[in-house]
Design a protein around this ligand. Structure first.
Ligand code: 26W
Length: 803
């Protein structure tokens, strides 16, 4: 938008007076933040309603991205950037004596997600608006997002994160668009004179779903889409309701949108979680149908106007919910309704970890959602009949939706969608060949790959302004809306001045992070050291332990020989563990204990430091990523569906140290073997070990003296304060099979780390690798990813962009 500095300052002062009866010199950062937020909203308001009107006038097909999680991060600067007024506002505020950074920090980071899946959803809605795709988010307005993590004596402690306590400037409560969601009760079907069946409900309990809409502003265009998050409320009561039962019922209802489940890749069949899933699915689908009716198009053409995307299986109930509406409210016959439903739905799988797969007990679903359960049974029955005529009985048994007293949500999503995608080439191949092979045989054309991507606006333009400026000065700013143009940087691969600039920028970012660590943790780290970063949820398959065992091996090397030639390193960890995941919490305690041992050891001087940041999330990622030299992507091959921090780190010039897993494979294909460090077992080898049951971790302990010493340190008192944890972890690796092949990959990892140590000593060579990584990161923009979804899956119009 066009905005002069003068007008901005006037608008700001006026808004400050209107909202707070306050003038600039006496106002505090919180007042300034809310003033600015309101101003941004007012600047985007006209385009928001225009966008909606435009879609409606042209009866354009709409995409609804259903996701249990949207891990947005702070929105102020991102919205300013997308409106094209970040620099004007920053300098206008400066003239008023206000620092934008201070104001931006007032915003509480909305952590409405666990990790990769939730952050991907946030990048996607940003990219959809930017690419002018009519696409909107649909989710839950959790009162409490992911817990706040504290370390107490090295242990993770979880605290509530009340992100709404000061209000949320971005949202608009739309009471008039509330819908009712039904739970429990009895249902029976009755044939009406016209011939169709009508359901009758008895004793059901109703929940009011109230939408809160936030604008999703496209980057420097006029598109403003919508993120709709639902809040559960008590429906209006009749006056006879008893006061105490009213309060109790209200608490029960409001608990539905109270808190995000903090589990990632571990399924627990909790009733409240099922309520959450149906709650936002039903509210979302109902509001879509309500909006569709305004278009005056017949319901059997729904798929021409609406696409619903199911982000992992959490919203898989979209399938029976749409069927319910088409059958019970629109009185369509089953075949037509099913045809419409399958054409509307598409589904993304984000994990092959079997413990993450959702399967709900049938009695839980039939009690909570009696009508939905009837419909699921009928979908399942018809599937078995139809496919039973074509395939062997065993295949049908393996792929049915209802089996062994459970409803398998992945099967429901697959059978009910016209498209099923994985999130990286390798992941999709594993789905087709292994995990979902039976379905692939039946529905080969439904399967496709969409490699994940990241919003380069947040992860480079906002997080790393020095790098952005430097890139602009070298290749202009077209890359900002066409990120593959970053490859033009390669022209500078042998230009020493550019490589030195790059080193200088990295240095500035490392100093900035070091200052933060000093202030926040009281820990001194050396910006000349290699900053080696592993930031992601704590999970055994991601192998933070492999990283730690290597650190211990360096520690012993230095203890044995304080003069050992080890390039100084700062190992940076950020990770939350699911509160019920004991093993992951033990690893956190272990890393913290090793950190206190090493960081305090005078023999080590400045050569090794461990920084385990508390409460890792989007805001901390924005600080850490620009300062990273090395990106640790060391999951056991086949287990990490894609990874997205790998993309963010390469975009900021870190060199990837990786197994051939997830999108690391595609990163390697882009940058070439000389610009990435690959090590470890390959996916086929892992499957071969499974097949032959031939991995025996103990022999690695027995035969490798370095590894033995490191492992013994877990149980021999070398590391104070980890008696119980050390023993559990030791046993898991040495005695109980080492599920994720940590010991098997240890040697290869140590060698790869030695390679990094060597490469880093040649600054120009290292910076050339960094430059190639930045230049090749453009294809991993989520702009391209959503454009591929738009053409291949959703069949919606988008603004053409070159890839
Ligand atoms: C029911 C518990 C639960 C909760 C969340 C199970 C599974 C999940 C998610 C699917 C876990 C997740 O976030 N997966 C990550 O998705 C990213 C985006 O596609 C990928 O980049 C990561 O590799 C994948 O682990």
């Amino acid at each position: 938008m066009e905005l002069s500095k003068r007008r901005f300052k006037e608008d700001f002062k006026r808004m400050l007076t209107e909202l707070y009866s306050m003038d600039v010199p006496r106002s505090d950062p919180a007042e300034q933040y809310f003033t600015l937020g309101n101003l941004v909203r007012s600047y985007s308001a006209r385009n928001w309603s225009r966008t909606n009107q435009h879609y409606l006038d042209r009866k354009q097909k709409q995409v609804y991205y259903f996701s249990m999680e949207f891990l947005l991060g702070r929105m102020l600067k991102s919205n300013l950037l997308n409106l094209g007024i970040l620099d004007t506002v920053r300098s206008g505020l400066k003239e008023l004596g206000i620092d934008l950074e201070t104001v931006a920090k007032v915003e509480l980071d909305p952590g409405l997600g666990n990790g990769g899946l939730g952050r991907l959803a946030a990048c996607f809605i940003d990219s959809m608006a930017t690419c002018e795709i009519p696409g909107h988010g649909n989710g839950i307005r959790f009162k409490y997002g992911l817990f706040k993590q504290k370390f107490v004596n090295g242990y993770q402690v979880e605290l509530p994160e009340n992100w709404l306590q000061n209000g949320n400037v971005w949202e608009i409560r739309r009471t008039n668009m509330a819908v009712t969601v039904n739970f429990y009760g009895k249902v029976w079907l009755e044939k009406c004179p016209e011939g169709y069946l009508i359901p009758h409900y008895e004793n059901d309990s109703k929940v009011l779903a109230v939408p809160y809409d936030s604008p999703v502003i496209g980057y420097r265009n006029e598109t403003v889409n919508t993120l709709r998050l639902w809040s559960a409320e008590m429906p209006p009561q009749d006056e006879s309701t008893d006061y105490w039962s009213y309060i109790q019922q209200r608490n029960r209802i409001e608990s539905i949108s109270e808190v995000l489940y903090p589990d990632d890749s571990n399924f627990e069949g909790r009733l409240l979680r099922l309520k959450q899933e149906y709650f936002f699915v039903s509210a979302g689908v109902q509001s879509i149908i309500r909006h569709f009716r305004k278009m005056n198009v017949r319901m059997n053409r729904l798929a021409e106007k609406v696409s619903i995307h199911i982000n992992d299986t959490h919203p898989a109930l979209c399938v029976p919910e749409l069927m319910r509406i088409l059958l019970d409210e629109e009185h369509m016959d089953w075949e037509h309704a099913w045809n419409v439903t399958v054409n509307v739905m598409s589904y993304t799988n984000h994990t092959i970890m079997s413990e993450a797969l959702e399967k709900w007990p049938t009695d839980m679903i039939s009690t909570l959602l009696p009508r939905i359960y009837q419909i699921i049974c009928e979908i399942d029955r018809r599937y078995a009949v139809k496919m039973g005529a074509l395939y062997e009985r065993e295949i049908i048994e393996r792929t049915r939706i209802i089996e062994g007293g459970h409803v398998k949500m992945a099967h429901l999503a697959i059978i009910g969608s016209h498209s099923i995608n994985g999130v990286a080439k390798l992941h999709t191949a594993i789905l087709k060949e292994k995990v979902l092979h039976d379905f692939f045989l039946m529905y080969p054309s439904r399967f496709n790959n969409k490699t994940n991507g990241i919003a380069q606006r947040r992860w480079l333009m906002l997080a790393n302004e020095p790098l952005r400026r430097m890139i602009d000065s070298k290749i202009g700013s077209d890359w900002e809306s066409m990120p593959t143009e970053l490859k033009m940087l390669k022209a500078f691969r042998n230009d020493e001045a550019t490589l030195r600039d790059l080193a200088e920028i990295k240095r500035i970012n490392k100093e900035r992070f070091a200052a933060y660590v000093q202030q926040d943790m009281g820990l001194t780290i050396n910006p000349d050291a290699i900053f080696d970063v592993q930031i992601k949820r704590l999970h055994a398959y991601k192998r933070q332990l492999l990283n730690l065992l290597h650190i211990l091996s360096l520690y012993f090397k230095l203890k044995d020989n304080p003069a050992a030639d080890i390039y100084p390193r700062v190992f940076i960890f950020g990770a939350k563990a699911a509160p019920s995941y004991t093993y992951a919490k033990e690893i956190i305690k272990l890393v913290n204990s090793v950190a206190s041992l090493i960081n305090k050891d005078p023999d080590i001087h400045d050569k090794l430091k461990i920084v385990f940041v508390e409460n890792y999330g989007v805001s901390l990622a924005e600080r850490i990523i620009p300062a990273a030299d090395v990106s640790e992507q060391i999951s056991l091959a086949s287990k990490e569906a894609s990874g997205t921090s790998n993309m963010k780190l390469m975009l900021n010039g870190a060199v990837t140290l990786a197994t051939l897993d997830g999108a690391n494979v595609e990163i390697r294909d882009r940058v070439g073997d000389e610009n990435i460090i690959i090590f470890g077992l390959k996916e086929e080898e892992v499957y071969e070990y499974y097949h032959n049951r031939s991995y025996h971790s103990k022999s690695y302990y027995d035969n490798n003296p370095v590894l033995r010493r490191v492992l013994d340190a877990l149980i021999d008192g070398t590391i104070p304060g980890i008696e119980a944890e050390g023993k559990d972890i030791f046993n898991s690796l040495v005695l109980y099979g080492d599920e994720y092949f940590v010991l098997k990959d240890f040697d290869a990892y140590v060698l790869a780390q030695e390679n990094i140590d060597r490469l880093y000593r040649d600054p120009l060579k290292w910076q050339r690798m960094a430059l190639i990584n930045i230049a090749d990161a453009g294809v991993f923009s989520s702009d391209y990813t959503v454009l591929q979804y738009a053409t291949d899956i959703w069949d919606v119009a988008a603004k053409a962009r070159r890839v």
